[in-house]
Design a protein around this ligand. Structure first.
Ligand code: FES
Length: 114
């Protein structure tokens, strides 16, 4: 919402009036995925996919606000979204990959981007 990641499950519709809302569907298509979506595909970060829209939206908001976040900033931005499948390490790799692709990169990556 207005470039910030917000949890849709607890955001009342009344607060959206006059705000710009972008969902994960607005970030790309199956034929032309967005940079973050493409990174998630390349890292095969989804298992069941339940958490992925929120993870991608949070990563997109983080990298648009700061294309060179620290590892701690990246982890903090993603922390509110829970991946029950345990693909966290792949998700983190995808965000590092997206950061590089967006012209930045994680300042102090825990793992190098390959
Ligand atoms: Fe299943 Fe994250 S991929 S909850």
């Amino acid at each position: 919402m207005d470039g910030e990641a917000v949890p849709s499950c607890v955001t009342p519709l009344a607060t959206l009036d006059g705000r710009k809302v972008t969902t994960v569907e607005g970030l790309g298509t199956a034929e032309a995925p967005g940079v973050v979506q493409q990174a998630f595909i390349q890292e095969q970060a989804a298992q069941c996919g339940y958490c992925i829209p929120g993870m991608i939206a949070r990563a997109e908001a983080l990298l648009r606000a700061d294309p060179r976040p620290t590892e701690a900033m990246m982890r903090s931005a993603l922390q509110p979204s829970l991946c029950r499948c345990g693909t966290h390490m792949r998700i983190l790799r995808a965000v590092r990959r997206a950061a590089v692709a967006m012209g930045g990169g994680i300042v102090d990556p825990a793992e190098p981007v390959s």
